[in-house]
Design a protein around this ligand. Structure first.
Ligand SMILES: Cc1cc2nc3c(=O)[nH]c(=O)nc-3n(C[C@H](O)[C@H](O)[C@H](O)COP(=O)(O)OP(=O)(O)OC[C@H]3O[C@@H](n4cnc5c(N)ncnc54)[C@H](O)[C@@H]3O)c2cc1C
Ligand code: FES
Length: 1275
């Protein structure tokens, strides 16, 4: 629905009147095909290919390592390409703006921006900072040489198709009518015709950008039998300037509106441009570039969305609409009477907005816009506002005042009563204090208001007025209006409140990626340890890379859509597919009754039903599936299946309810070192606390996708696109057939992050069941909403803790109890990982950890990067943070509590594993030094002293992460080319690239170009392990190495005999040129009875320092700088590993500070797509991001001394969480609230703002818990 940008294309149009061609980026998923008449659409496939010539944009993103799983890459390429077609030398800000509507879940954006930056004429930071790798002067490739890049040459770009130009010039425009199965699309060419059509079909929507109507039809199932497209009516695009303002055609896109107001702001007198400037501010952050390029001004107004960003400003700015209908024209003011309800305006059904009048402002009049959203860009506002005041000339007397809000009611609302009271009064503290009070009363929200966040939203209405006040005071000061001086004679309070600081300068600076050096003696063609581009990056950038849904359909192929439960806990009375089977295209339906074999999947001893048979246990549980000839028909079929339920009592939704009802899984795990009770007795101080950590959606860009093809006379099943032993087993068990009849293949996945293992087995089994029953190939590609609903997410956690410590900060005892929400799968593993990492980097002599898995009626959670560890470590760090906060509230200067409690010297963990923490401490010291931590702490303290509502915070977080958990086949052909198959699945982490480095450059000593890795396939390499737990490279690398060693051993006599011989020689000597390798990693174990073991082969260490700036009035924050030092042994491919580090850090930043999963009180997941669920975007990148790999580290336990890296770094995102907490602590101190305080994760703007406890937050009354039903519950 336009939120992720992966489908971005460029649309080009020719204007025959002006003889100009325009280019703009757009989301293909929202582009109606009927609207593309005479338009040229360019996709990444159209601008370059690896077969002919790649385009410089494709090349630079690929070479900068900006493509990992690659699913987002074509969209990134096209956003940048469209920008360059309009602006061949863009600025860095232009690039960030152009990429604002494109999400990437893998890279962390820095490498993408680095690749794009080369077009601004800025030297690549990647190259510059990887220079340290180039030590042996043996012509070893750096990531790329700037001089080798393809030049950008605008004259070489695709030309607009001349035949379209000719058609546009020669054809007399005629009304177009397209008739589909259910919809008629009419596109008139004259205004008269348009007016008549609207009179004839008053209910038909006018579709311009389709960003409102498209979403309704797609996600709400609304059907419009007639659609009118007025895009060819010229009057709707006219712009007329008058001395009083400007009339803007209602069909003008928001991008053209932005260009227009930018020009007006530049050209008109500063007194006149107040409304234009406020609109400009809103337009900069409204949606992504692709949305603004198509969405229209009239559409935004007529949609009357409650949180429209433009409507409050248009209303405050006294804008007027010119509307037309068969009854004539009239003008109507945009004000509180115009917006009458959710999506409703005072427009009559047959009225069309022709244009919008935006008046110029007068001297003494000021207009401002404010917004707060879950993400800085491409996110609908939580609350948005437009405010205008006019002062009597030369005074601070208020002549007129208008305040409008969005996001605090069903539509844009005006604070008319408040404004009425203020008009005529002087703009001073007394008036404003009265205004806050009135506003709180007037703009009220019931405690159960839709959208939740009630206290936050109410406090924002006040904070925005306060911000407006500060700006007006400054303006009045500039106008030399005498301002009241402070009663105590000191500097007036407004002055220090608005003192400019560097905080608003959100400038991206260059990051540093300093890496290891390869050894002096390493051969030039040995690529191990050197940065090598991801091997598929170019094909991903050119769109040639094949994902599951790119596999061509076969004849008779069917599509599958799932039927899911709408109840959290109920008996299944009946599943009636009668109506569904009558619908066009529907072929069949499957339920649990059709399963010939095992009806459930067992994982770690617990069963999960494939399809619910008698009872449903959560909303979103799969109860059946419909297969049809097209995706659309399958969806319609699934929607028509009637399921009859009988609700069951004792529904458990939250962890608290599970604790109360003792709804737990067994076994509960416990581990204790030392004597905790005794430790508490000896402690000088004790603290108790609690923290809740929300779950996290995987949000892999490619949703769960699979294709099952029955083939051969013996009914074999070929499954694309997952490859994991459990999938084969699951399919075979479901169908009651041997595993050797099922083969799984995968070329690549568009991200997985742990989410494509367990639930995928079930989905693959259901798809296979449908294929088995119908005898046809069946494709299942989940829509984003279904994927989020069905597949589960990271486990949410609630933890209670008690900590005992000495006055000098030494922690001597801790008791931590973690409750993880789970439903069925993955139970014991996650709670074990939680307990094994409950120490993180700290040696607590008396430590008790308990972990309990709660059984609730919410979708079962599943593995996600780190699998419990990121939750566990956040609890530990919160404990440490509380001790630090307590100590700082009584003793200053602050002390490094973390350093004091860290493991030092030969150490032993709470499960009695001996290890040496030397590299942990080295990472810590190096990070403090590289980040210049101590001097920045002082600067931050000074900043906080002189800023009341902006605070900065800094945090340094260490990590000690345990790694533990493959087979390979290598063929050499007679021409010397090599085919490698291994058990690791490529999902963006670069495993195929690393395997090439292992085989080619080190083991077989041949050029990389001779090596090919086709796909991961179970009929080539059976019994694979999941590519998980950061162990993929370790295991598969070792297996590939072993296979190569076998081959070399066989070849050695031939080489000795004839060193110049060819592979042919070996072939004729009857040497077997195929070999296998098999490696399952070192033996690991954990004895929970004895509470000891060797569960990990080694530890990956690191430290991260982040600094943030928080706006205490809105909870908004910006990461100013992040420095990471990681010990990953000797990296096989530093550029890929740095990419993994940055990507994992950003995922962690999302987990701890942005990504919210909200459930309704009946257990239904609310966020079901990018519109509601916000993952970090390019605007969330730290403004300065430095990554360093610890030098001089090695690791005896993994291939070539490398270390697993995929998972550990995710936790380092918590440094941003603790930096926010640090800033919040400074804000609380100003209002007299010292000492430890609770901040749950994610620390979104809501939590942060409320924790800052500003006077506005404190003004908002808090309803008594239990006295109302909240819109959303914390699970
Ligand atoms: C991913 C995404 C992010 C977004 N982010 C934001 C945001 O941050 N802030 C924000 O304010 N909005 C946001 N929006 C909403 C977007 O701005 C509006 O949907 C858009 O402006 C509507 O314009 P449109 O041309 O696409 O309307 P369409 O979908 O084409 O039409 C919408 C409605 O308007 C009516 N209409 C259109 N033109 C006229 C006219 N001239 N006269 C009478 N009725 C008319 C139609 O009949 C229809 O009912 C976002 C939308 C998406 C999809
Ligand atoms: S590379 Fe961007 S989502 Fe995977």
């Amino acid at each position: 629905g336009g939120g992720c940008g992966a489908c971005t294309v460029m649309v080009s149009r020719y204007n025959p009147r002006e003889k100009t061609i325009s280019h703009f980026s757009a989301n293909a998923c929202l582009l109606p095909v009927c609207q593309l008449h005479l338009a040229a659409v360019t996709t990444t496939e159209g601008i370059g290919s690896t077969e002919t010539r790649i385009h410089p944009v494709q090349e630079r993103i690929a070479k900068a390592n900006g493509s990992q799983c690659g699913f987002c890459t074509p969209g990134m390429v096209m956003s940048l390409y469209a920008l360059l077609r309009n602006q061949p030398q863009p600025s860095l800000e232009d690039i960030v703006e152009a990429l604002g509507g494109n999400l990437c879940r893998c890279t962390g954006y820095r490498p993408i921006v680095d690749g794009c930056k080369t077009f601004c004429g800025v030297r690549m930071s990647v190259m510059r900072h990887l220079e340290s790798l180039l030590v042996d002067n043996a012509g070893v490739p750096e990531l790329f040489h700037e001089g080798d890049l393809l030049p950008q040459d605008p004259t070489q770009e695709l030309i607009f198709p001349p035949e379209l130009m000719l058609m546009a010039e020669s054809q007399r425009p005629l009304t177009q009518t397209f008739c589909g199965e259910r919809i008629t699309w009419v596109s008139p060419v004259t205004l008269r015709e348009l007016v008549e059509l609207k009179a004839k079909h008053p209910k038909a929507p006018l579709v311009l950008g389709n960003t409102g109507v498209g979403l309704e039809m797609k996600f709400k199932g609304i059907l419009h039998p007639v659609i009118i497209s007025p895009t060819r009516v010229p009057e709707l695009y006219e712009v007329n300037k008058t001395p009083d303002g400007v009339w803007v055609g209602a069909a003008c896109s928001l991008t053209s509106l932005k260009t227009l107001v930018e020009k007006l702001v530049r050209e008109l007198h500063e007194d006149q441009v107040e409304t234009f400037s406020a609109l400009l501010q809103q337009l900069r952050s409204l949606g992504g570039q692709q949305i603004r390029n198509v969405a229209s001004l009239g559409g935004n107004i007529a949609s009357a969305a409650p949180n429209s960003d433009l409507n409050p400003v248009l209303a405050a700015g006294r804008c007027i609409l010119s509307v037309i209908s068969k009854g004539g024209r009239r003008e109507i003011a945009v004000n509180e009477d115009f917006f009458v309800g959710f999506g409703k305006t005072a427009l009559k059904q047959d009225e069309i907005i022709l244009s919008v009048f935006i008046p110029v402002s007068k001297r003494g009049e000021f207009v401002r816009a404010f917004r707060q959203a879950p993400r800085k860009a491409n996110a609908l506002a939580t609350v948005t506002s437009g405010m205008r005041v006019r002062f009597a000339q030369g005074t601070d007397a208020v002549e007129d005042l208008a305040i409008f809000y969005g996001g605090v009611g069903p539509c844009t609302v005006g604070a008319t009563k408040t404004c009425r009271e203020v008009i005529g009064r002087r703009w001073n503290e007394e008036t404003l204090n009265e205004a806050y009070r009135l506003l709180l009363d007037e703009i009220s929200l019931p405690p159960s208001a839709p959208g939740g966040k009630v206290e936050f939203r109410r406090s924002l209405t006040l904070s925005f007025l306060f911000k407006f006040n500060l700006q007006m005071l400054q303006k009045l000061n500039e106008m030399v209006v005498k301002l009241p001086s402070c009663t105590n004679g000191s500097e007036p309070s407004w002055r220090w409140q608005v003192r400019p600081d560097c905080s608003d300068k959100r400038r991206l600076t260059f990051g540093t990626c300093r890496s290891q050096e390869v050894s002096q003696g390493q051969r030039g063609d040995d690529l191990v340890g050197r940065p090598v581009m991801h091997r598929s990056a170019l094909s991903q950038a050119t769109g040639e890379a094949v994902y599951c849904d790119d596999i061509a359909g076969s004849q008779g192929e069917l599509f599958l859509a799932l039927v899911t439960s709408t109840r959290a806990h109920a008996k299944l009375i009946k599943i009636d597919d009668g109506e569904a089977l009558k619908l066009p295209g529907v072929v069949d339906a499957v339920t649990a009754k059709d399963i010939p074999g095992k009806k459930f999947r067992t994982f770690t001893g617990i069963d999960e039903e494939l399809l619910a048979e008698n009872e449903v246990t959560c909303v979103g549980q799969m109860v059946g599936a419909v297969v049809a000839d097209t995706r659309q028909h399958a969806k319609q079929g699934a929607a028509a299946v009637k399921v009859v339920y009988e609700d069951l009592p004792d529904r458990v939704l939250t962890i608290e309810e599970a604790i109360e009802k003792k709804s737990f899984f067994k076994p509960q795990r416990e581990i204790e070192r030392g004597n905790v009770t005794e430790g508490f007795r000896k402690a000088d101080q004790m603290l108790e606390g609690e923290i809740r950590i929300g779950g996290q959606e995987h949000f892999y860009m490619e949703t769960q996708s699979m294709l099952v093809v029955p083939s051969g006379e013996e009914k074999e099943l070929k499954v694309s696109h997952r490859v994991h032993l459990s999938h084969i087993e699951s399919i075979a068990e479901t169908l009651g057939i041997p595993s050797n009849r099922v083969s799984c293949h995968v070329k690549r996945m568009g991200g997985a992050f742990g989410g494509k293992v367990t639930k995928t087995s079930i989905l693959a089994s259901i798809t296979a069941l449908a294929a088995w029953k119908t005898g046809q190939a069946v494709r299942c590609v989940l829509e984003r909403g279904d994927d989020m609903l069905i597949t589960g997410a990271r486990h949410p956690v609630l933890a209670n803790y008690k900590v005992g410590f000495m006055n000098d900060g030494r922690i001597i005892a801790a008791d931590i109890h973690v409750f993880a929400k789970i439903f069925t799968l993955d139970v014991s593993l996650v709670i074990e990982k939680i307990l094994l990492h409950i120490d993180n980097a700290y040696s607590v002599p008396n430590l008790r950890g308990r972990a309990t898995a709660c059984k609730t009626n919410l979708p079962s959670n599943t593995a996600f990067r780190g699998f419990g560890v990121p939750q566990s470590m956040l609890v530990v760090e919160s404990v440490i943070n509380d001790v630090r906060a307590w100590r700082e509230s009584v003793v200053s200067p602050p002390l490094q509590i973390r350093e004091k409690n860290m493991y030092k010297g030969p150490s032993i963990t709470h499960y009695k594993l001996q290890f040496d923490p030397e590299n942990l401490l080295r990472c810590w010291d190096e990070c403090l030094q590289k980040a210049d931590y101590h001097s920045r702490r002082t600067t931050i303290a000074q900043f906080n002293q002189s800023n009341r509502f902006k605070k900065r915070g800094i945090a340094v977080i260490p990590i000690k992460y345990g790694i533990a958990f493959a087979a390979a086949l290598v063929h050499i052909y007679k021409d010397g080319s090599v085919l490698v198959s291994h058990g690791g699945a490529e999902m963006g982490q670069g495993i195929h690239t690393k395997m090439q480095q292992v085989v080619a450059s080190r083991e077989l000593r041949i050029p990389v170009s001779l090596i090919h890795i086709s796909e991961t396939s179970t009929n080539v390499v059976p019994n694979t392990c999941p590519s998980a737990a950061s162990f993929g490279t370790d295991a598969n690398g070792m297996a590939v190495k072993m296979a190569c060693e076998t081959l070399l051993q066989r070849l050695e006599p031939v080489i000795r005999e004839d060193p110049k011989g060819t592979w042919q020689t070996a072939f004729f000597k009857k040497i077997g040129l195929s070999a296998t390798g098999y490696y399952r990693g070192p033996d690991t174990y954990m004895d929970w009875k004895k509470q000891e073991g060797q569960p990990y082969a080694y530890f990956t260490y690191g430290t991260c320092c982040s600094e943030v700036e928080v706006d205490c009035l809105t909870g908004d924050y910006q990461t100013l700088r992040t420095d990471i030092v990681m010990d990953i042994g000797r990296s096989i491919n530093p550029s890929i590993d740095i990419g993994q580090i940055e990507g994992a850090f950003m995922q962690g930043l999302g987990l701890y500070t942005m990504e919210e999963r909200k459930f309704s009180p009946s257990g239904m997941l609310y966020p079901r797509g990018p519109a509601q669920y916000k993952i970090p975007a390019v605007c969330d990148m730290p403004l300065k991001f430095n990554v360093y790999l610890l030098a001089g580290s090695s690791n005896l336990h993994a291939i070539y001394s490398s270390k697993g890296i995929g998972e550990p770094v995710l936790f380092l995102g918590s440094s941003v969480f603790f930096a926010i907490k640090d800033a919040v602590a400074a804000a609380r101190k100003d209002v007299g609230l010292g000492g430890p305080f609770k901040l749950d994760s994610p620390a979104c703007p809501e939590e942060t703002c409320l924790a800052c406890a500003s006077c506005f937050v404190q003004m908002v009354p808090v309803p008594k818990p239990g006295s109302f039903q909240p819109w959303a519950i914390d699970v």
